[in-house]
Design a protein. Structure first.
Length: 229
């Protein structure tokens, strides 16, 4: 599974990022980088309750992904207008907008596939990755991903969470990861393009939690009226 992101700047310079994921597991194929910086080490702003152990994982997998973004976009400003092209096997998406918009979409593919135990739970969403999606569209995708996971849990004899009580906790765990990632890279990135993309992505992660807490799913529920008859 492949994605190609092309960012064209006003001076006609380009940044092209190729992403390759394994077909079965959707794990990210990332070439190891020699001597990653200190801020990528697992113990540097490590998330509370992180399941990874430093002996097996000396570096945070999510930080290693963002390192590639920092190195590529370190001199870029998040608000700079660029032409964004995203190519997949079957679709092409084009839009002019701030660099952070395209980078948020890029990060939304890479982080769930990086190997972080928390972000692993939203890795299946890469199957239906939708660049430039609205909050409502991403909310629908998040909830569908969570409920399908519960169906597969029930098939394996595990306790499913049909009431989606765990969705709020998952959103809060994702927020913790995003917050710690921002803390990691804010000292290393002279401009805000990479940090801004994570912050933008975090808004989507918190949207599902907010909707469930406030019972704000009425608009989505109305779309399923045919199932109530």
């Amino acid at each position: 599974m492949e994605f190609k992101y092309r960012f064209t700047f006003p001076d006609k310079s380009e940044h092209v990022v190729d992403i390759v994921l394994e077909d079965d597991t959707l794990s990210l194929q990332l070439k190891p980088r020699k001597d990653p910086p200190e801020w990528t080490k697992l113990g540097y702003h490590q998330c509370e309750g992180c399941l990874l152990k430093e002996k097996e994982h000396p570096h945070c997998p999510a930080a290693l992904v963002l390192l590639e973004m920092v190195l590529r976009f370190k001199d870029c400003n998040a608000s700079q207008l660029v032409d964004i092209e995203i190519h997949t096997e079957r679709h092409t998406y084009c839009r002019r907008g701030p660099l952070s918009l395209g980078m948020s979409s890029l990060v939304a593919v890479c982080l769930p596939a990086c190997g972080c135990p928390v972000l692993d739970k939203i890795r299946p969403m890469v199957f239906t990755h939708l660049p430039f999606a609205s909050l409502q569209q991403n909310l629908h995708r998040q909830l569908a991903n969570y409920m399908l996971a519960q169906y597969f849990r029930s098939r394996r004899g595990l306790e499913p969470d049909w009431e989606m009580k765990g969705m709020v906790a998952l959103s809060e765990d994702i927020h913790t990861v995003n917050r710690n990632l921002c803390q990691r890279i804010s000292s290393a990135c002279p401009k805000d393009a990479t940090v801004n993309s994570v912050v933008h992505l975090d808004c989507f992660a918190g949207n599902a939690s907010l909707a469930l807490k406030r019972k704000g799913l009425a608009q989505i529920e109305r779309c399923f009226a045919a199932y109530f008859r």
